[in-house]
Design a protein around this ligand. Structure first.
Ligand code: NAP
Ligand code: G4F
Length: 350
């Protein structure tokens, strides 16, 4: 039986990946950080909370990393933990660099010094391409021009992974994953924010939806399929980098329209553009070419854009309907910070 260690086990991808690996017979270990409010709702929602070994620690703490390796003795490490919200990286650029960037080196050092037969997956991102887009799809050879502290930190992690692969002969593979969504996506990401607000509007619990740049275009896939690609990368004989995407792009406005149409409402009646959600810089469009993953990993996306909206909308309607009927869920009723008190530090002009 193989041991897998997942950093970021409490996140969207960590949870789906843990479920996949459990189904494949792995012993699954997860690094989680102690929070004042426990955060295991995704693991509980997918009914795997009792089946994984949770180890407390923090990515910024080298002893946490060494301990988690010692306890889990991993054959495979899936390094998913990060400060993953682009908007927040403009407010906390240094913490983002520490957690999202530098921590990758901590993981790689542990492997280099003591566990050099362990295979490592690094969670790269399409955000690394930044403004280098043109109308064609991006692939493994496209140029990186990051546009946020998050993207710059991820690009550091990507290159350091490459350096440890080539310089020390370690098995380190990077996925360059384009946006992937699901019903357990974090509440602040735009897709989940839209379906959550749309469901609240549908049940008369909310009057408005406040968004930023609705012209941005993203290549949105379905998260449970994307974690399969991570697993497949580590089953190869040689490490490499792979784009994981759908090769389609849609605007935030299209997502909004599709979600509201699904519940028979016109989004234009409810939309308010709120400057607080407009970032200092924003990647205008992303579309990924997954040909290499199809060819070498036998991976391709299955769930289409409209089906993703439908899956997420159905889950949200069910949850809010349950809430109104007094039903208890593994996940708390999500809320943003009170909008009147939500101040964005990047908006302060000197
Ligand atoms: P997510 O839901 O935000 O999960 C991030 C995870 O990292 C959470 O478990 C979080 O723990 C953990 N974490 C954050 N800071 C930590 C720290 N200091 N110490 C230990 N753990 C810490 O992200 P996701 O959507 O699952 O994405 C997984 C990875 O893929 C991330 O690296 C992300 O940047 C990358 N990625 C995501 C996408 C996408 O579209 N989803 C696309 C490309 C790349 P808490 O639960 O305690 O916050
Ligand atoms: O959902 P988002 O916050 O995701 P973003 O910035 O594309 O990043 C996600 O995907 C990356 C892969 O490309 C990951 F690496 C990263 O970890 C994360 O998972 O925003 C999507 C778009 C942006 O252009 C944003 O400006 O939606 C636009 N948007 C417009 N109004 C909004 C809002 N985004 C959010 N979060 N909230 C809004 O109100």
């Amino acid at each position: 039986m193989k041991n897998a260690l997942i950093t970021g086990i409490t996140g969207q991808d960590g949870t789906y990946l843990a479920k996949l690996l459990l189904n494949k017979g792995y012993n699954v270990y997860g690094l989680y950080r102690r929070l004042s409010t426990p955060n295991f709702w995704r693991l509980q929602d997918l009914n795997i909370y009792d089946k994984i070994n949770l180890i407390s620690g923090d990515l910024t703490d080298l002893s946490s990393i060494m301990n988690v390796f010692k306890v889990s003795q991993p054959d495979e490490v899936y390094h998913l933990a990060a400060q993953s919200f682009v908007e927040a990286s403009f407010e906390s650029p240094l913490a983002t660099a520490e957690v999202t960037g530098l921590s990758t080196t901590r993981i790689l050092e542990a492997v280099k010094l003591f566990y050099n037969n362990t295979k490592v997956y690094y969670a790269g991102t399409s955000e690394m391409y930044g403004s280098s887009y043109d109308s064609t799809s991006l692939d493994e050879n496209s140029v990186f021009k990051p546009m946020s502290p998050y993207a710059a930190s991820k690009l550091y992690g990507y290159w350091i992974s490459n350096i440890y692969r080539n310089g020390y002969n370690l098995f380190v593979s990077s996925g360059i994953l384009f946006n992937h969504e699901s019903q357990i996506r974090g509440i602040e990401f735009v897709t989940r924010k839209i379906v959550n607000d749309a469901a609240k509007i549908y049940y008369n619990l909310e009057k408005k939806i406040k968004l930023g740049n609705i012209n941005a275009m993203r290549d949105w896939g379905y998260a449970p399929e994307y974690v399969e690609a991570m697993y497949k990368m580590l089953q190869k004989d040689k490490p490499d980098d792979y784009v994981i995407a759908t090769n389609e792009t849609h605007s935030v406005k299209e997502f909004l329209e599709e979600a509201f149409n699904y519940i028979g409402l016109n989004y234009e009646k409810y939309l308010e553009i709120d400057k607080r959600f407009i970032r200092p810089l924003d990647v205008p469009v992303l579309k990924g070419d997954y040909s290499k993953a199809k060819r070498e990993l036998n991976w391709e996306p299955k769930t289409k854009f409209k089906d993703i909206v439908k899956i997420m909308m159905d889950a949200e309607l069910k949850r809010w309907d349950g809430y109104l009927k007094g039903k208890k869920f593994a996940w708390d009723v999500p809320n943003y910070p009170n909008e009147n008190s939500l101040l964005k530090t990047y908006m302060v002009k000197k």
